[in-house]
Design a protein around this ligand. Structure first.
Ligand code: WTA
Length: 656
């Protein structure tokens, strides 16, 4: 069995058939770069309908507000599209109906138990209007925050759009979170309204969401009015609340005038996913955010009104907000929402949904792709996936092995892949290739999108040489930036600063720029290993390990023996494919692969085979728990994990 060692340096061109009909061509890309920053954001803004046209693309604030243009925090406020007014719900719903596309599908819902439901744009408009009228009746006013604690059911995007219609920012809380987490978020957003449901199905069991919501409301420091969607039909909801269905029925036929919002009025609140520490509250604006996600859905996901798009992320995370709800709906596409998990009832569920719905564009996370690989290529190959014309990934680096597997077995060896790098704070995509214009390089994300500028810098904020690793910073404001990043520079809380007069937002991720200007992401800055004075990235070592046949996933951490004058221990946790034994032969091949790809210094000292790796609820491996296990330290609170039980399994494997 020869190890695959796909060449990370190879280039792949998109097929001619894709290039010919792409939304953004190489000529468009060049014209945008030519127009320069910030003027090139005019074309993206024209994808939206504005109630009042903006006076300028950008107002960077008055320099006099700065104490000192160099290296200092300053108070300058950045305003995208000042003077502009618009409504997000109008842009995502009404205008498509007005343009005669009311009967086209807006939302396709695939339920956990195999049920399906679709909403045409007209039906979506009716329910959004009815629920917006109901929220008003409950007393929700412009700028009141409405918390949405719902699983992946169509009422979630309906409620988001109803809030947007009346200018009430929403705050979606992932349904898998506990009552305590919900209470903290209700308080953090000072939200007096909560939309939840009776319960939902997860891995075969019906979960009582209403009880969690009630517990959260009891412990919140203020009164909370509840609306409850009936999902389980078992009448378990008791207590004081309004039934969603009753409110919508009572307001049937209502027409609620969309509230005209200023560009930087808030559209929503969201907490970061907590990959690297405490979740923090982020606020996004109406005009800047919507421009950014509509544009990147058009330019990177290549979506239009004829497309069926499936972004598999939960709407509780930013990816679901931007690319399952706002982006595709702003463009009039059909967005697929799936309530269940990829392995239920069978491990081919995802391919079955793509085939049955004729999905054109599929956007998912590398963690899912690695699971698909583990289950085997026979599953995608037994389905007709020929409707797919573009694949996307987000959330973590995708190694070349997974990239090729995705393209070969899901994309029929043809589909372009966009590897998109961005964050909750950035609102939308920042780094990616343009699928109809750029070549792809497996293992690299690509360049900054037109209109976005980034650099790789050292600790002092100065640029490092090509080929050297450093922290990725964004060096100019962009429309989807979180509101706090617009409010002056603050190196502590906002991670923004001025270095020699240049504005910088520090992403917290490390990267290296290759000779073509493509960026290779090396993981979070706090996941970098220092061995023999070399800075090694966990991503590089992990990519080499998952290139070994039979390995599904890997995470690498380092021992923290500060006394050791010699190099610290590199500890690899490796999860083999389901039919592969974690034995000495595999261990040897793991070591050899790392040695060949990076060098002997990087070769793991310890390889622990693990059935699975500890992950956040959004699917990212949490290395800090693995580091604690490797170092025999106390793990503390593991409630942020989706699979806390694996931590116990790993501890017992290591006999600690
Ligand atoms: C990581 C998710 C490598 C990165 C949209 C970032 C990625 C964090 C990629 C943000 C990618 C996201 N390649 N790493 N294509 N996309 N990341 O806020 O570490 O949940 O800082 O937003 O995910 O995670 P968040």
């Amino acid at each position: 069995m020869a190890d695959r060692s796909p060449d990370e340096r190879e280039w792949v061109s998109p097929p001619e058939s894709f290039v010919e009909r792409a939304n953004v061509t190489a000529a468009d890309r060049d014209a945008l770069r030519e127009a320069g920053w910030p003027e090139c954001w005019k074309r993206p803004a024209d994808l939206l309908d504005w109630d009042r046209r903006f006076d300028a693309v950008l107002d960077e604030g008055d320099e006099n507000d700065a104490d000192d243009a160099n290296d200092a925090d300053d108070e300058r406020t950045t305003r995208w599209f000042p003077g502009g007014r618009l409504n997000a719900s109008y842009n995502c719903v009404d205008r498509h109906v007005e343009e005669g596309r009311g009967e086209e599908t807006a939302v396709t819902w695939e339920g956990k138990l195999g049920e399906t439901r679709t909403y045409s744009y007209r039906e979506l408009a009716e329910e959004v209007n009815a629920f917006a009228a109901a929220l008003r009746e409950l007393g929700v006013e412009e700028d009141d925050v409405v918390t949405l604690y719902l699983p992946m059911i169509p009422e979630l995007p309906v409620a988001m759009l109803a809030c947007a219609r009346i200018g009430a920012p929403h705050s979606v809380v992932f349904a898998g979170f506990s009552a305590d987490a919900l209470a903290t978020r209700l308080e953090g957003a000072d939200s007096q309204y909560l939309v939840t449901c009776d319960g939902y199905y997860r891995r075969g069991a019906a979960l009582d969401l209403k009880r969690r919501a009630d517990n959260a409301c009891v412990s919140a420091d203020h009164e909370v009015e509840q609306v409850v969607v009936n999902r389980l039909d078992d009448d378990r909801s008791v207590g004081d609340h309004y039934a969603y269905a009753d409110l919508v029925a009572a307001n049937e036929g209502a027409e609620v005038e969309p509230v005209s919002r200023e560009t930087d009025d808030l559209l929503f609140f969201i907490y970061t996913s907590g990959t690297t520490g405490e979740p923090t509250l982020v606020r996004h604006t109406t005009g800047g955010y919507l421009t950014h996600v509509a544009w990147t859905s058009h330019a990177v996901l290549d979506l239009g009104p004829d497309d069926t798009h499936w972004c598999s992320a939960d709407v509780g995370w930013i990816t679901g907000h931007s690319y399952a709800v706002y982006g595709p709906l702003a463009l009039g596409a059909n967005t697929v929402l799936y309530e269940g998990t990829s392995d239920s009832p069978e491990t081919d569920r995802v391919w079955e949904i793509i085939e049955r719905n004729g999905v054109d564009v599929f956007y998912t996370a590398p963690t899912s792709i690695r699971a698909f690989m583990k289950w085997g290529e026979q599953h995608p190959e037994s389905h007709d996936l020929s409707s797919l014309r573009l694949l996307g990934t987000v959330g973590e680096p995708i190694d070349a092995t997974a990239w090729h597997w995705y393209r070969d077995h899901v994309g029929d060896g043809e589909c372009p892949i966009v590897d998109t790098w961005w964050q909750t704070e950035t609102g939308g995509m920042v780094l990616s290739t343009l699928p109809g214009a750029d070549r792809m390089r497996p293992g690299a994300v690509g360049k900054s999108l037109p209109g976005i500028e980034t650099a790789v810098v050292d600790e002092t904020g100065h640029r490092v040489e090509e080929g050297e690793s450093g922290q990725l910073v964004v060096t100019r404001p962009w429309p989807g930036m979180a509101r706090s990043l617009c409010e002056g520079t603050d190196w502590g809380a906002r991670r923004t600063r001025r270095i020699d007069g240049e504005w910088q937002y520090a992403t917290g991720d490390n990267a290296v720029r290759d000779e073509e200007g493509y960026l290779h992401l090396l993981g979070r800055a706090d996941d970098v290993l220092k061995v023999s004075d070399r800075r090694l990235s966990t991503t590089e070592i992990e990519s080499a390990i998952v290139g070994v046949d039979g390995v599904a996933e890997a995470a690498v951490v380092v021992g923290d023996d500060e006394e050791a004058l010699a190099d610290p221990e590199i500890h690899a946790f490796v999860s083999p494919e389901s039919n592969v034994a974690g034995d000495d032969a595999l261990r040897e091949r793991v070591g050899a692969a790392v040695e060949e790809a990076i060098g002997r210094v990087a070769s793991p000292d310890v390889v622990t085979f693990a059935p699975s790796l500890p992950k956040t609820r959004s699917g990212k491996v949490v290395r800090r728990y693995l580091a604690a296990i490797a170092n025999g330290e106390d793990l503390g609170d593991t409630s942020a994990l989706r699979n806390p039980e694996v931590v116990g399994e790993l501890e017992s494997l290591l006999d600690r």
